[in-house]
Design a binder for this molecule. Structure first.
Ligand SMILES: Nc1ncnc2c1ncn2[C@@H]1O[C@H](COP(=O)(O)OP(=O)(O)OP(=O)(O)O)[C@@H](O)[C@H]1O
Ligand SMILES: [Mg+2]
Length: 221
């Protein structure tokens, strides 16, 4: 499903340049659960941004479902994201003015799904994460764990093939973390491909492949 060949990414900032990824090559099959570990600043989010078509590499090739996406325009990347990829972030990233249900509906709005259909799909996704009774709540009226479950519902409401989760349990207590890991595992069991950034050994234990990144260099663990 995913092939990276010699991907490099350098950032330029006021203090100079940072080589965030150095010749990263990687293969992830459809239905695989892939975990990525590494110290702060090692390049994990940079790699996730490229895998999720949020950013482009400076050099190298990225084949996503057989297609080279490394040189696509921003609009081209956005259409791949909308069609195939769901995201869960460390900080939930729900829109504060929208209800849980409206947040979950949002990716369907971008995909042009008619209102009655998207409402039903969003309700179904909220049910899947056990939040149907909180549909009308704003993010500030939800606990952290509930916010992340709503964010998970938003990530899967479009039935993506690929789910990217960048430290999704870092801001959660043990019980809430366990619920999120269960949701990731069940997405995987239904045939989905998961890429998870985590420091948590229990989370990495779900994965079939665990890689570590150090100063932009990727290695199997
Ligand atoms: N937009 C940017 N401009 C300049 N440098 C950046 C930018 N984003 C990241 N970097 C640098 O690139 C390197 C990798 O950053 P990245 O965010 O990928 O690390 P990370 O492994 O996700 O860290 P953390 O565990 O703290 O989230 C770091 O040295 C960081 O300072
Ligand atoms: Mg990061």
């Amino acid at each position: 499903m995913i092939t990276l060949e010699n991907i490099s990414k350098t950032y330029s900032a006021a203090g100079g340049t940072v080589e965030a990824l150095k010749n990263v090559s990687l293969e992830i099959g459809q239905g695989e659960f892939f975990a990525l570990a590494g110290a702060s600043g090692s390049g994990k989010t940079t790699l996730m941004n490229i895998l999720g078509c949020l950013d482009r590499p400076d050099s190298g090739r990225y084949l996503f479902r057989g297609r080279d996406v490394s040189k696509l325009s921003s609009a081209g990347l956005a259409s791949i994201r909308r069609a195939h990829i769901g995201f869960v972030f460390q900080t939930f990233n729900l829109l504060s003015r929208l209800s849980a249900l409206e947040n979950v509906e949002l990716p369907l709005v971008y995909n042009g799904v008619p209102p009655s259909v998207r409402r039903e799909l969003a309700r179904r996704a909220l049910r899947l994460v056990g939040l149907e009774d909180r549909a009308a709540h704003r993010p500030c009226q939800l606990s952290g764990g509930q916010q992340q479950r709503a964010a998970f519902a938003r990530a899967i409401v479009t039935s993506p093939k690929l789910l990217l989760a960048d430290e999704p349990t870092a801001n959660l207590d043990r019980a809430s973390s366990g619920e999120i890991l269960k949701l990731l595992a069940s997405f995987h069991q239904r045939g989905g491909t998961v890429i998870l950034v985590t420091h948590d050994a229990q989370a990495a234990g779900l994965a079939q492949k665990v890689f570590a990144i150090e100063d932009g260099i990727l290695a199997a663990r």
